[in-house]
Design a protein around this ligand. Sequence first.
Ligand code: HSE
Length: 442
Amino acid sequence: MVVGKSEIKVGIVGLGTVGGGTATVLAQNADVIAARATAIRLAAVADIATEKTRAFLDNIGLTDTVLTDNWHDLIDNPDIDIIVETIGGTNLAREVISAALKAGKSVVTANKDLLALHGGELLAIAEEKQTDLFFEAAVAGGIPVVQAVKEGLAGNRFKSIMGIVNGTTNFILTKMSETGEDFADALAEAQRLGYAEADPTSDIEGYDAARKVAILSSMAFNSRVTFDMVACEGITHISKWDMRYADEFGYAIKMLGIARHCGDQDGGYIDARVHPVMIPKNHPLATVRDSYNAVYVEGNAVEKTMFYGRGAGALPTGSAIVGDIIQAARNIVHNCKARWGCTCYLNLPVLPIDEVESKYYVRICVYDTVGVLAALASALTANNISADAVIQKRKIGEDKAEIVLITHKVRHADMMAALKAISDLDCTCEVSDYIRVEEDEN
Ligand code: HSE
Protein backbone atom coordinates (compact mmCIF):
# COMPACT_ATOMS: atom_id res chain seq x y z
CA MET A 1 0.00 0.00 0.00
CA VAL A 2 2.01 2.98 -1.20
CA VAL A 3 -0.18 5.97 -1.92
CA GLY A 4 1.48 8.83 -0.04
CA LYS A 5 4.36 8.44 2.36
CA SER A 6 6.39 5.24 2.13
CA GLU A 7 7.34 5.17 5.83
CA ILE A 8 5.29 6.36 8.80
CA LYS A 9 7.23 7.57 11.81
CA VAL A 10 5.94 7.09 15.34
CA GLY A 11 6.97 8.76 18.60
CA ILE A 12 6.08 7.24 21.96
CA VAL A 13 5.79 9.46 25.04
CA GLY A 14 6.31 7.30 28.15
CA LEU A 15 7.97 3.90 27.84
CA GLY A 16 6.56 2.03 30.87
CA THR A 17 4.75 -1.29 30.66
CA VAL A 18 2.26 -0.24 27.96
CA GLY A 19 4.69 1.91 25.94
CA GLY A 20 7.25 -0.90 26.16
CA GLY A 21 4.69 -3.44 24.95
CA THR A 22 3.86 -1.15 22.03
CA ALA A 23 7.54 -0.78 21.08
CA THR A 24 7.97 -4.56 21.31
CA VAL A 25 5.00 -5.30 19.02
CA LEU A 26 6.21 -2.68 16.50
CA ALA A 27 9.70 -4.22 16.52
CA GLN A 28 8.73 -7.91 16.51
CA ASN A 29 5.99 -7.62 13.88
CA ALA A 30 7.50 -4.90 11.67
CA ASP A 31 7.53 -7.15 8.61
CA VAL A 32 3.87 -8.19 8.76
CA ILE A 33 2.79 -4.65 9.59
CA ALA A 34 4.69 -3.33 6.55
CA ALA A 35 3.22 -6.04 4.33
CA ARG A 36 -0.34 -5.46 5.52
CA ALA A 37 -0.28 -1.67 5.69
CA THR A 38 2.88 0.36 5.29
CA ALA A 39 6.33 0.56 6.84
CA ILE A 40 6.01 1.93 10.37
CA ARG A 41 9.10 2.89 12.34
CA LEU A 42 9.44 3.85 15.99
CA ALA A 43 11.51 6.95 15.29
CA ALA A 44 11.68 8.45 18.78
CA VAL A 45 10.81 7.87 22.42
CA ALA A 46 10.47 10.46 25.18
CA ASP A 47 10.98 9.06 28.66
CA ILE A 48 12.65 10.21 31.84
CA ALA A 49 14.31 6.85 32.68
CA THR A 50 16.75 7.32 29.80
CA GLU A 51 19.46 4.72 30.57
CA LYS A 52 17.04 1.93 31.30
CA THR A 53 14.93 2.95 28.33
CA ARG A 54 17.93 2.95 25.96
CA ALA A 55 18.87 -0.55 27.10
CA PHE A 56 15.27 -1.73 26.59
CA LEU A 57 15.10 -0.31 23.06
CA ASP A 58 18.50 -1.74 22.09
CA ASN A 59 17.46 -5.11 23.47
CA ILE A 60 14.42 -5.30 21.17
CA GLY A 61 16.53 -4.24 18.18
CA LEU A 62 15.47 -0.59 18.03
CA THR A 63 19.00 0.80 18.17
CA ASP A 64 18.13 3.62 15.73
CA THR A 65 15.22 4.91 17.80
CA VAL A 66 16.12 8.36 19.13
CA LEU A 67 15.70 8.80 22.87
CA THR A 68 14.99 12.10 24.59
CA ASP A 69 13.80 13.16 28.00
CA ASN A 70 11.84 16.06 26.52
CA TRP A 71 8.44 15.18 24.98
CA HIS A 72 8.35 18.52 23.14
CA ASP A 73 11.16 17.18 20.90
CA LEU A 74 8.67 14.67 19.47
CA ILE A 75 5.88 17.18 18.94
CA ASP A 76 8.27 19.70 17.36
CA ASN A 77 9.74 17.12 14.99
CA PRO A 78 7.89 17.53 11.65
CA ASP A 79 8.98 14.04 10.56
CA ILE A 80 6.98 12.32 13.29
CA ASP A 81 3.48 11.50 12.04
CA ILE A 82 1.93 9.68 15.01
CA ILE A 83 2.33 10.34 18.74
CA VAL A 84 1.55 7.51 21.17
CA GLU A 85 0.79 8.75 24.68
CA THR A 86 1.49 6.09 27.29
CA ILE A 87 2.51 8.14 30.31
CA GLY A 88 -0.90 7.81 32.00
CA GLY A 89 -2.42 10.24 34.51
CA THR A 90 -4.54 13.18 33.50
CA ASN A 91 -2.40 16.33 33.66
CA LEU A 92 0.78 15.92 31.61
CA ALA A 93 -0.95 13.41 29.31
CA ARG A 94 -3.68 15.97 28.53
CA GLU A 95 -0.98 18.53 27.68
CA VAL A 96 0.93 16.07 25.47
CA ILE A 97 -2.15 14.89 23.54
CA SER A 98 -3.51 18.35 23.13
CA ALA A 99 -0.15 19.68 21.84
CA ALA A 100 0.26 16.74 19.45
CA LEU A 101 -3.25 17.19 18.00
CA LYS A 102 -2.75 20.93 17.67
CA ALA A 103 0.45 20.17 15.74
CA GLY A 104 -1.72 18.14 13.34
CA LYS A 105 -0.28 14.78 14.36
CA SER A 106 -2.34 11.63 14.74
CA VAL A 107 -2.54 10.48 18.35
CA VAL A 108 -2.98 7.05 19.91
CA THR A 109 -3.56 6.67 23.63
CA ALA A 110 -4.49 4.02 26.21
CA ASN A 111 -5.44 6.64 28.76
CA LYS A 112 -8.94 5.82 30.07
CA ASP A 113 -8.61 8.14 33.07
CA LEU A 114 -8.06 11.10 30.75
CA LEU A 115 -10.65 10.11 28.14
CA ALA A 116 -13.35 9.44 30.73
CA LEU A 117 -12.89 13.01 31.95
CA HIS A 118 -11.76 15.03 28.93
CA GLY A 119 -12.49 12.82 25.91
CA GLY A 120 -14.95 15.35 24.47
CA GLU A 121 -12.45 18.19 24.65
CA LEU A 122 -9.65 16.16 23.01
CA LEU A 123 -11.87 14.77 20.25
CA ALA A 124 -12.99 18.35 19.51
CA ILE A 125 -9.35 19.39 19.01
CA ALA A 126 -8.81 16.38 16.71
CA GLU A 127 -11.89 17.41 14.71
CA GLU A 128 -10.77 21.02 14.48
CA LYS A 129 -7.32 19.97 13.30
CA GLN A 130 -8.76 17.26 11.01
CA THR A 131 -6.59 14.58 12.53
CA ASP A 132 -7.07 11.27 14.36
CA LEU A 133 -7.33 10.42 18.05
CA PHE A 134 -7.57 6.66 18.60
CA PHE A 135 -7.99 4.88 21.95
CA GLU A 136 -8.67 1.18 21.46
CA ALA A 137 -6.40 0.23 24.39
CA ALA A 138 -8.35 2.40 26.83
CA VAL A 139 -11.17 -0.17 27.08
CA ALA A 140 -10.52 -3.85 27.81
CA GLY A 141 -6.84 -3.82 26.77
CA GLY A 142 -6.25 -6.15 23.83
CA ILE A 143 -9.92 -6.71 22.96
CA PRO A 144 -10.86 -4.62 19.90
CA VAL A 145 -14.25 -3.55 21.25
CA VAL A 146 -13.84 0.19 20.56
CA GLN A 147 -13.34 -0.50 16.84
CA ALA A 148 -16.24 -2.94 16.93
CA VAL A 149 -18.64 -0.37 18.39
CA LYS A 150 -17.34 2.48 16.21
CA GLU A 151 -17.10 0.59 12.93
CA GLY A 152 -18.14 -3.04 12.66
CA LEU A 153 -21.38 -2.53 14.60
CA ALA A 154 -21.97 1.09 13.55
CA GLY A 155 -25.16 0.14 11.74
CA ASN A 156 -26.90 -0.77 14.99
CA ARG A 157 -28.88 1.07 17.58
CA PHE A 158 -27.20 -0.24 20.71
CA LYS A 159 -29.42 -1.64 23.44
CA SER A 160 -26.78 -2.53 25.99
CA ILE A 161 -23.14 -3.15 26.66
CA MET A 162 -22.34 -5.31 29.65
CA GLY A 163 -18.83 -6.32 30.46
CA ILE A 164 -16.19 -7.72 32.71
CA VAL A 165 -13.78 -4.87 32.03
CA ASN A 166 -11.47 -5.16 35.01
CA GLY A 167 -9.10 -8.12 35.15
CA THR A 168 -8.00 -7.57 38.75
CA THR A 169 -11.49 -7.91 40.19
CA ASN A 170 -12.32 -10.82 37.89
CA PHE A 171 -9.21 -12.62 39.14
CA ILE A 172 -10.17 -11.98 42.79
CA LEU A 173 -13.80 -13.07 42.34
CA THR A 174 -12.73 -16.17 40.39
CA LYS A 175 -10.35 -17.16 43.22
CA MET A 176 -13.01 -16.56 45.86
CA SER A 177 -15.51 -18.64 43.94
CA GLU A 178 -13.19 -21.53 43.13
CA THR A 179 -11.22 -21.83 46.39
CA GLY A 180 -13.71 -20.54 48.98
CA GLU A 181 -11.19 -17.88 50.07
CA ASP A 182 -12.32 -14.60 51.53
CA PHE A 183 -11.75 -11.28 49.76
CA ALA A 184 -8.59 -10.27 51.66
CA ASP A 185 -6.78 -13.55 50.85
CA ALA A 186 -7.75 -13.43 47.18
CA LEU A 187 -6.58 -9.81 46.96
CA ALA A 188 -3.25 -10.72 48.59
CA GLU A 189 -2.78 -13.50 46.03
CA ALA A 190 -3.65 -11.14 43.17
CA GLN A 191 -1.01 -8.72 44.47
CA ARG A 192 1.58 -11.48 44.84
CA LEU A 193 1.00 -12.58 41.22
CA GLY A 194 1.06 -9.02 39.84
CA TYR A 195 -2.66 -8.90 38.95
CA ALA A 196 -3.36 -6.20 41.56
CA GLU A 197 -1.32 -3.13 42.31
CA ALA A 198 0.14 -2.31 45.75
CA ASP A 199 -2.65 0.28 46.02
CA PRO A 200 -5.57 -1.64 44.46
CA THR A 201 -8.21 1.04 45.16
CA SER A 202 -8.99 1.99 41.56
CA ASP A 203 -9.64 -1.64 40.60
CA ILE A 204 -11.44 -3.01 43.68
CA GLU A 205 -13.64 0.07 44.15
CA GLY A 206 -14.70 -0.06 40.49
CA TYR A 207 -13.24 3.27 39.36
CA ASP A 208 -11.17 1.67 36.58
CA ALA A 209 -14.24 -0.13 35.23
CA ALA A 210 -16.38 3.01 35.55
CA ARG A 211 -13.96 4.90 33.28
CA LYS A 212 -14.32 2.19 30.64
CA VAL A 213 -18.13 2.26 30.99
CA ALA A 214 -18.06 6.05 30.50
CA ILE A 215 -16.08 5.65 27.26
CA LEU A 216 -18.24 2.79 25.93
CA SER A 217 -21.52 4.56 26.82
CA SER A 218 -20.42 7.75 25.08
CA MET A 219 -19.68 5.83 21.89
CA ALA A 220 -22.71 3.53 21.94
CA PHE A 221 -25.36 6.03 22.94
CA ASN A 222 -24.01 9.11 21.15
CA SER A 223 -24.00 11.19 24.33
CA ARG A 224 -20.98 12.27 26.35
CA VAL A 225 -20.89 10.24 29.56
CA THR A 226 -18.08 11.11 31.96
CA PHE A 227 -16.58 9.13 34.84
CA ASP A 228 -18.51 11.07 37.50
CA MET A 229 -21.85 10.10 35.88
CA VAL A 230 -21.23 6.36 36.28
CA ALA A 231 -22.52 4.99 39.61
CA CYS A 232 -19.88 2.79 41.07
CA GLU A 233 -19.64 0.21 43.86
CA GLY A 234 -16.66 -2.04 44.62
CA ILE A 235 -16.22 -5.70 45.56
CA THR A 236 -14.62 -5.32 49.01
CA HIS A 237 -17.86 -6.28 50.78
CA ILE A 238 -18.24 -9.63 49.00
CA SER A 239 -17.61 -12.50 51.42
CA LYS A 240 -17.07 -16.20 51.01
CA TRP A 241 -20.64 -16.66 52.30
CA ASP A 242 -22.03 -14.60 49.43
CA MET A 243 -20.03 -16.78 47.04
CA ARG A 244 -21.37 -19.93 48.65
CA TYR A 245 -25.02 -18.81 48.61
CA ALA A 246 -24.72 -17.49 45.04
CA ASP A 247 -23.50 -20.90 44.00
CA GLU A 248 -26.44 -22.59 45.76
CA PHE A 249 -28.91 -20.27 44.00
CA GLY A 250 -27.28 -21.02 40.61
CA TYR A 251 -25.46 -17.71 40.22
CA ALA A 252 -21.89 -16.51 39.70
CA ILE A 253 -20.79 -13.19 41.20
CA LYS A 254 -19.09 -10.95 38.64
CA MET A 255 -18.03 -7.32 38.70
CA LEU A 256 -19.90 -5.85 35.74
CA GLY A 257 -19.84 -2.60 33.90
CA ILE A 258 -23.36 -2.02 32.61
CA ALA A 259 -24.46 0.53 30.03
CA ARG A 260 -28.02 0.44 28.73
CA HIS A 261 -30.19 2.60 26.58
CA CYS A 262 -33.65 2.86 28.14
CA GLY A 263 -36.86 4.44 26.90
CA ASP A 264 -37.63 5.94 23.50
CA GLN A 265 -35.59 4.90 20.50
CA ASP A 266 -34.74 8.50 19.66
CA GLY A 267 -34.62 9.83 23.20
CA GLY A 268 -34.79 8.15 26.56
CA TYR A 269 -31.90 7.93 28.96
CA ILE A 270 -28.75 6.00 29.77
CA ASP A 271 -28.30 3.56 32.63
CA ALA A 272 -24.53 3.43 33.33
CA ARG A 273 -23.09 1.72 36.41
CA VAL A 274 -20.43 -0.60 37.81
CA HIS A 275 -21.01 -3.01 40.68
CA PRO A 276 -20.88 -6.70 41.59
CA VAL A 277 -23.77 -8.69 40.16
CA MET A 278 -25.13 -12.19 40.58
CA ILE A 279 -25.70 -13.61 37.09
CA PRO A 280 -26.98 -17.08 36.17
CA LYS A 281 -24.14 -19.58 35.83
CA ASN A 282 -25.16 -20.22 32.23
CA HIS A 283 -24.79 -16.56 31.23
CA PRO A 284 -21.85 -16.20 28.79
CA LEU A 285 -20.16 -13.69 31.12
CA ALA A 286 -20.30 -16.15 34.04
CA THR A 287 -17.79 -18.39 32.26
CA VAL A 288 -15.11 -15.70 31.99
CA ARG A 289 -12.44 -16.70 34.52
CA ASP A 290 -9.23 -15.36 36.03
CA SER A 291 -8.00 -12.01 34.80
CA TYR A 292 -9.73 -12.26 31.42
CA ASN A 293 -12.13 -9.57 30.22
CA ALA A 294 -15.25 -9.94 28.10
CA VAL A 295 -17.69 -7.43 26.68
CA TYR A 296 -21.22 -8.40 25.74
CA VAL A 297 -22.78 -6.02 23.24
CA GLU A 298 -26.37 -6.06 22.02
CA GLY A 299 -27.48 -4.12 18.97
CA ASN A 300 -30.93 -4.04 17.40
CA ALA A 301 -29.66 -5.55 14.16
CA VAL A 302 -26.79 -7.82 15.15
CA GLU A 303 -28.50 -9.04 18.38
CA LYS A 304 -25.98 -10.37 20.93
CA THR A 305 -22.21 -10.40 20.43
CA MET A 306 -19.42 -11.13 22.88
CA PHE A 307 -15.75 -10.09 22.77
CA TYR A 308 -13.29 -11.93 24.98
CA GLY A 309 -9.59 -11.62 25.74
CA ARG A 310 -6.81 -10.05 27.76
CA GLY A 311 -7.76 -6.72 29.29
CA ALA A 312 -4.30 -5.78 30.46
CA GLY A 313 -0.62 -6.64 30.10
CA ALA A 314 2.20 -5.18 28.01
CA LEU A 315 1.73 -7.14 24.76
CA PRO A 316 -2.10 -7.38 24.68
CA THR A 317 -2.35 -3.63 25.31
CA GLY A 318 0.50 -3.09 22.83
CA SER A 319 -1.53 -5.10 20.31
CA ALA A 320 -4.45 -2.66 20.64
CA ILE A 321 -2.19 0.39 20.38
CA VAL A 322 -0.39 -0.95 17.33
CA GLY A 323 -3.77 -1.67 15.71
CA ASP A 324 -4.59 2.01 16.19
CA ILE A 325 -1.17 3.06 14.88
CA ILE A 326 -1.80 1.01 11.73
CA GLN A 327 -5.23 2.59 11.28
CA ALA A 328 -3.73 6.07 11.74
CA ALA A 329 -0.91 5.19 9.32
CA ARG A 330 -3.38 4.01 6.66
CA ASN A 331 -5.31 7.26 7.00
CA ILE A 332 -2.10 9.26 6.57
CA VAL A 333 -0.99 7.24 3.56
CA HIS A 334 -4.42 7.60 1.92
CA ASN A 335 -4.76 11.22 2.96
CA CYS A 336 -8.07 10.57 4.73
CA LYS A 337 -7.51 11.48 8.37
CA ALA A 338 -10.41 12.45 10.66
CA ARG A 339 -12.81 9.85 9.20
CA TRP A 340 -13.42 8.56 12.72
CA GLY A 341 -14.29 11.17 15.32
CA CYS A 342 -16.67 12.04 18.12
CA THR A 343 -20.26 10.86 17.54
CA CYS A 344 -21.87 12.47 20.60
CA TYR A 345 -24.63 14.31 18.74
CA LEU A 346 -27.18 13.62 21.50
CA ASN A 347 -27.24 14.68 25.12
CA LEU A 348 -29.18 11.88 26.82
CA PRO A 349 -29.39 12.06 30.62
CA VAL A 350 -27.94 9.33 32.82
CA LEU A 351 -30.47 7.71 35.15
CA PRO A 352 -29.70 8.43 38.84
CA ILE A 353 -28.72 5.20 40.63
CA ASP A 354 -31.65 5.62 43.07
CA GLU A 355 -34.04 5.09 40.14
CA VAL A 356 -32.34 1.97 38.75
CA GLU A 357 -34.44 -1.16 39.25
CA SER A 358 -32.86 -4.53 40.04
CA LYS A 359 -33.53 -7.71 41.90
CA TYR A 360 -31.45 -7.91 45.08
CA TYR A 361 -29.87 -10.69 47.10
CA VAL A 362 -29.71 -9.65 50.77
CA ARG A 363 -27.90 -11.41 53.62
CA ILE A 364 -29.03 -10.49 57.12
CA CYS A 365 -27.81 -11.68 60.52
CA VAL A 366 -30.72 -11.83 62.98
CA TYR A 367 -31.33 -12.82 66.59
CA ASP A 368 -33.04 -16.17 66.27
CA THR A 369 -36.34 -15.29 67.99
CA VAL A 370 -40.04 -15.68 67.29
CA GLY A 371 -41.47 -13.15 64.82
CA VAL A 372 -38.25 -12.38 62.92
CA LEU A 373 -39.61 -13.33 59.51
CA ALA A 374 -42.81 -11.32 60.07
CA ALA A 375 -40.76 -8.26 61.10
CA LEU A 376 -38.54 -8.55 58.00
CA ALA A 377 -41.59 -9.02 55.77
CA SER A 378 -43.28 -5.91 57.11
CA ALA A 379 -40.10 -3.79 56.65
CA LEU A 380 -40.00 -4.96 53.03
CA THR A 381 -43.71 -4.42 52.41
CA ALA A 382 -43.54 -0.90 53.85
CA ASN A 383 -41.03 -0.09 51.10
CA ASN A 384 -42.94 -1.69 48.20
CA ILE A 385 -40.67 -4.72 48.08
CA SER A 386 -41.75 -8.30 47.70
CA ALA A 387 -39.42 -11.20 48.28
CA ASP A 388 -38.95 -13.92 45.70
CA ALA A 389 -37.25 -16.31 48.12
CA VAL A 390 -36.47 -16.17 51.84
CA ILE A 391 -34.24 -18.84 53.26
CA GLN A 392 -32.71 -19.33 56.69
CA LYS A 393 -29.21 -20.49 55.83
CA ARG A 394 -27.25 -21.18 59.00
CA LYS A 395 -27.08 -20.76 62.74
CA ILE A 396 -24.41 -18.35 63.95
CA GLY A 397 -23.40 -19.22 67.50
CA GLU A 398 -26.10 -19.89 70.11
CA ASP A 399 -28.58 -17.15 69.42
CA LYS A 400 -28.14 -15.85 65.87
CA ALA A 401 -29.10 -17.01 62.41
CA GLU A 402 -28.42 -15.89 58.87
CA ILE A 403 -31.37 -15.11 56.62
CA VAL A 404 -30.88 -14.80 52.89
CA LEU A 405 -33.52 -13.34 50.63
CA ILE A 406 -33.91 -12.48 46.98
CA THR A 407 -36.33 -9.72 46.05
CA HIS A 408 -38.34 -9.02 42.95
CA LYS A 409 -37.25 -5.98 40.91
CA VAL A 410 -37.15 -2.89 43.10
CA ARG A 411 -35.91 0.72 42.84
CA HIS A 412 -32.49 1.14 44.45
CA ALA A 413 -33.76 3.93 46.71
CA ASP A 414 -36.60 1.69 47.98
CA MET A 415 -34.14 -1.14 48.61
CA MET A 416 -31.84 1.15 50.60
CA ALA A 417 -34.80 2.44 52.66
CA ALA A 418 -35.88 -1.14 53.38
CA LEU A 419 -32.36 -2.13 54.44
CA LYS A 420 -32.24 0.86 56.79
CA ALA A 421 -35.61 -0.19 58.27
CA ILE A 422 -34.35 -3.79 58.63
CA SER A 423 -31.14 -2.58 60.32
CA ASP A 424 -33.24 -0.67 62.83
CA LEU A 425 -35.31 -3.72 63.85
CA ASP A 426 -34.62 -5.08 67.35
CA CYS A 427 -34.28 -8.57 65.92
CA THR A 428 -31.56 -7.54 63.42
CA CYS A 429 -27.94 -8.01 64.34
CA GLU A 430 -26.67 -6.61 61.01
CA VAL A 431 -27.45 -6.37 57.32
CA SER A 432 -24.33 -8.22 56.19
CA ASP A 433 -24.50 -7.62 52.44
CA TYR A 434 -26.61 -6.92 49.40
CA ILE A 435 -25.81 -7.71 45.76
CA ARG A 436 -27.87 -7.01 42.65
CA VAL A 437 -29.19 -9.98 40.70
CA GLU A 438 -29.47 -9.86 36.88
CA GLU A 439 -31.67 -12.54 35.39
CA ASP A 440 -31.89 -11.14 31.88
CA GLU A 441 -29.19 -11.70 29.34
CA ASN A 442 -28.93 -7.98 28.68
N1 HSE B 1 -6.06 -2.68 36.32
C1 HSE B 1 -6.76 -2.90 35.11
C2 HSE B 1 -7.44 -4.25 35.15
C3 HSE B 1 -5.83 -2.82 33.94
O1 HSE B 1 -7.31 -4.96 36.13
O2 HSE B 1 -8.15 -4.62 34.24
C4 HSE B 1 -6.33 -2.08 32.78
O3 HSE B 1 -7.15 -1.01 33.09
